[in-house]
Design a protein around this ligand. Structure first.
Ligand SMILES: CC(C)CCC[C@@H](C)[C@H]1CC[C@H]2[C@@H]3CC=C4C[C@@H](O[C@@H]5O[C@H](CO)[C@@H](O)[C@H](O)[C@H]5O)CC[C@]4(C)[C@H]3CC[C@]12C
Length: 859
């Protein structure tokens, strides 16, 4: 196949690839991009200039209050704002697969190989390419170095003694999370390098999936007719690229670690900060025919000539013994490890390197409570585990890969599934680790009362669950820094419950605890300007807190609205409880959650002011679309309500609570009638029933209730809440209007469309596309038999985000048809896993098996 043809076949981002090599063992499906690619469309974060004058006037009070709050927070208290609307993270179209398991911090590499996004302090990101962090190749023939090259397309101003500027046309990147490949067809050398990057992200695994490690397996293919000595040098700066790297006191030391006949060697980089100190470890596996050498310390801000010459001389590093002295203030240090082997003519060899980081004991921003990360139960919390972690990673990655392959294979091999979907499904999963994720142990002395607060939640299995599986939290988005934002988690939770169900259960227990508790602290809410307490009893919180403060301890970091009056949060709890029970068969969980479900439904009932069995929205943006006003009964919240009422009936039936069952059956029959009478217009459900100019807008998310019902098999017979014909008609209308009449049908579904085919611009969110909502909509379509429509709808979002806008591994919450996007690296798109559930259900696998491992079957 000609290079150009092959490039076309390989995908739209491979046009510039001029190499012939396809690499070794590279997955077929996934996201592939040539290192010389440039994303042409320059999008901007949604900013003040994008707000129409009408909205500026409408939100002027909010804008002023927000600005006052922001100034106090960032300038007087000198703390980061949980949402910084005035200082959005600039778009960099550079990201690739993050390294690391769940909740131990993440280090993201870009698709050009750079180490560029850091989250070691829980939930706190900084976006800095650390230039010293590189892989360098040295080729030697007959005792002479013939080629030495940093495998980077960069030409930086530091380390000028190194040979930079690898020709991007001769390399490509391929991501299929949690693995990624980089293929370098070394120009003129007849040698191909394939670096496979593996992180321990393994469904149903609650041990190795928590480890803060990544492995780089370098496959070296020698196409020459002579042997080549190949060295791969891995260099790393002591730190994460912040100014702390130059604070002084950091030091490095070489190490070897031997266990069960396996030895790894490398360098530990001790990063000695006051808060959350950590150790990085770069290492390689020693085995017959592979030599591992190192350089303990070099200056990453200098020319780097001594490192370069050291390697150039003999393809090895000097390997001095002993520690480096601690850095002085203003000084930085770096280290390198090098693995070398001889690759026979026309032969192949493998070099295995690893990166581990050990930050076992962490404080959040408030520094009030010490938290131990999940992996400390396996590797200790002494801060001396980096070498053992490296050894474990280098001796277990093959096992991890087998498990990852067994999980992914049935999906990848299913020829009925489009290639883009396979990429989207696995690659969007990056957010489970790179969502500012934290997974911590419960303190050993923690008792049920400490957790449940003075009210006492009566959750009999709270303690055993949290003791066994720890506490898990991930951000709403890297830019929206709130943990477990619940109205959004509702969408994303499919990924968790399908792949790590115990984490979903643990998260739900945490939410249940907060439901029965209150926080009477008064504060001003920024949208309405009124003062109310932070958290009311018997309602679900918006979020579990800000990593800049003390999550779990102080919930509801969100202060835009008083979410005690939101209509969706309580319902989303009930819907998830039943969905989780349906998928996990965990009866103890259901029993524990049942009183909590009753409590939140009681709170919710007060929103049915006219007692017609249907709740009313309050005339403000009182749900997840928090800048889109809803008034009176609405398709979104009304639909969620009926679905939750239906699930209350079902749960009561399972638990034999006939009184409650009857109560909710009565509400359901009244509510169904009201919903159809007030909202059904013959083609779809109206946005709301207020009779406003935009009441008849077509909301892409109007079938959210049906989405959950269908996912739980509660959409037939006695449990049919919404008439099938109405659901199908609504979905077809959405497809025709919100999808096909928007951006030529190529960008997913706009949130709100007027019946005449013009996007609803009545709010700043109604003419946005929310990627996570689109994936959920696609799942609903698949559930209802509109399979092609579902795939077409979702494909628009995938192609827009991953291929057009260069937003790989930072899928935002929203984009508009033109110019802007909002909130990079967002939680909601994990809802794509509900498409997978829908496909599995269609194939007859429902519900998921009781015990892991759950291997999905062909749809
Ligand atoms: C006078 C100024 C120049 C302009 C004033 C206009 C602005 C005040 C508003 C224009 C856009 C508004 C923001 C839009 C989105 C927001 C997100 C929200 O947080 C989370 O959003 C999710 C929805 O995307 C939601 O599901 C989650 O639960 C929320 O945690 C917070 C509000 C806001 C930032 C909103 C604020 C006002 C504008 C900036």
């Amino acid at each position: 196949m000609a290079a150009a043809e092959a490039a076309e076949v390989a995908g739209p981002l491979m046009r510039r690839y001029e190499g012939a090599a396809r690499g070794r063992g590279v997955a077929e499906a996934g996201w592939r991009v040539c290192l010389a690619h440039r994303f042409e469309e320059p999008r901007q974060p949604y900013g003040a200039a994008d707000v129409p004058l009408r909205d500026v006037l409408r939100h002027i009070g909010l804008a002023l209050r927000y600005f006052r709050w922001w100034y106090k927070k960032t300038h007087l208290e000198k703390k980061p704002a949980f949402i910084d609307l005035l200082c959005a993270v600039p778009l960099q179209q550079i990201y690739g697969c993050p390294l690391g398991g769940i909740g131990g911090g993440t280090i993201t590499r870009g698709w050009q190989g750079e180490f560029c996004r850091w989250q070691l302090n829980p939930g706190i990101y900084h976006y800095e390419t650390v230039i010293a962090n590189q892989f360098t190749v040295c080729l030697r023939c007959k005792g002479q170095t013939i080629y030495q090259q940093v495998l980077s397309v960069e030409r930086p101003s530091t380390l000028q003694g190194w040979n930079w500027g690898y020709c991007g046309q001769y390399a490509f990147y391929h991501a299929l999370y949690p693995r990624a490949w980089m293929v370098y067809d070394l120009p003129g050398q007849n040698v191909v390098l394939t670096c496979r990057q593996v992180s321990p992200v393994i469904p149903h695994d609650y041990k190795d999936s928590s480890l803060p490690v990544g492995v780089f397996i370098w496959e070296v293919e020698n196409g020459r007719d002579e042997d080549v000595d190949v060295s791969i040098m891995f260099s790393m700066q002591n730190g994460t690229g912040t100014k702390e790297d130059g604070n002084g006191g950091h030091w490095n030391e070489p190490f070897t670690f031997e266990k069960e006949g396996e030895q790894v060697a490398g360098v530990l980089l001790h990063h000695c900060t006051h808060v959350n100190p950590f150790t990085l470890a770069i290492s390689a596996r020693e085995k017959t025919g592979t030599e591992v050498t190192h350089l303990t310390a070099f200056n990453p801000a200098g020319s780097g000539r001594e490192v370069w010459q050291d390697l150039l001389q003999d393809g090895r590093l000097d390997s001095p013994t002993g520690k480096s002295s601690p850095t002085e203030k203003g000084e930085m240090t770096a280290a390198a490890v090098c693995a070398s082997c001889r690759v026979p003519a026309q032969g192949h060899r493998t070099l295995e390197l690893a990166l581990a980081w050990d930050m076992p004991r962490v404080y959040f921003g408030s520094k009030e409570k010490l938290h131990l990360r999940r992996y400390t139960r396996f590797f200790g919390s002494g801060g001396d585990a980096a070498s053992a972690l490296s050894h474990h990673a280098l001796t277990h990655y093959e096992e991890w890969e087998k498990k990852i392959e067994a999980w992914q294979k049935p999906i990848l091999e299913n020829s009925q599934l489009p290639s883009w979907y396979k990429s989207a499904l696995f690659n969007e999963l990056y957010f489970v680790t790179d969502g500012g994720t934290i997974w911590v142990e419960l303190p050993p002395d923690c008792c049920a009362e400490d957790l449940q607060g003075p009210a006492g939640a009566g959750l009999s299995h709270l303690l055993p669950v949290l003791r066994e599986y720890g506490r898990f939290a991930y951000l709403e988005g890297q830019e929206y820094r709130m943990y477990n934002t619940y109205d959004v988690h509702f969408y994303a939770s499919f990924a968790l419950v399908m792949l790590w169900p115990k984490l979903q259960i643990s998260l739900q227990y945490d939410i249940a605890v907060t439901v029965v508790n209150e926080d009477v602290q008064p504060r001003q809410y920024l949208v309405c300007g009124q003062t109310a307490q932070v958290k009311l009893k018997n309602v679900v919180p918006h979020d579990i807190g800000d990593p800049g403060d003390e999550p779990w301890q102080r919930v509801n970091a969100y202060l835009m609205h008083d979410t005690a009056d939101w209509k969706d949060l309580n319902l989303k709890f009930v819907l998830q409880v039943y969905r989780d029970y349906y998928l996990t068969h965990d009866l103890l969980y259901l029993q524990d959650m049942w009183p909590v479900c009753q409590a939140v439904m009681e709170s919710e009932l007060k929103f049915d002011t006219d007692n017609d069995g249907l709740i009313e929205n309050g005339g403000f943006a009182d749900q997840t679309y928090d800048a889109w006003v809803v008034n009176g009964p609405s398709a979104y919240c009304g639909g969620l309500w009926l679905a939750a009422v239906c699930m209350m009936c079902k749960m009561a039936e399972v638990l034999g609570d006939t009184e409650i069952q009857q109560k909710y059956m009565d509400i359901l029959s009244k509510g169904k009638e009201a919903f159809e009478r007030l909202l059904w217009n013959g083609k779809y459900y109206n946005y709301d029933s207020s009779g406003s100019d935009t009441s008849s807008s077509i909301m892409s998310d109007q079938c959210a209730g049906q989405w959950f019902l269908g996912a739980c098999g509660l959409d037939k017979g006695e449990f049919e809440v919404f008439p099938k014909s109405h659901v199908v008609s609504a979905l077809k209308t959405i497809f025709e209007k919100n999808v096909m009449s928007f951006a030529g049908g190529t960008m997913g579904a706009v949130n709100g469309m007027r019946p005449d085919g013009v996007p609803d611009t009545s709010s700043v969110q109604s003419d946005e596309v929310w990627i996570g909502v689109v994936y959920a909509l696609a799942a609903t379509m698949i559930q209802e038999g509109l399979v092609e429509e579902g795939f077409h709808t979702a494909e628009g979002c995938y192609r827009t985000v991953w291929e057009q806008l260069g937003m790989a591994f930072q899928t935002p919450e929203a984009y508009r048809e033109k110019k802007v996007y909002r909130s990079l690296a967002y939680m909601r798109p994990l809802s794509i896993w509900s498409m997978q559930l829908a496909l599995e259900r269609r194939a007859g696998q429902a519900p998921a098996p009781l015990q892991p491992p759950q291997v999905p079957i062909h749809p």
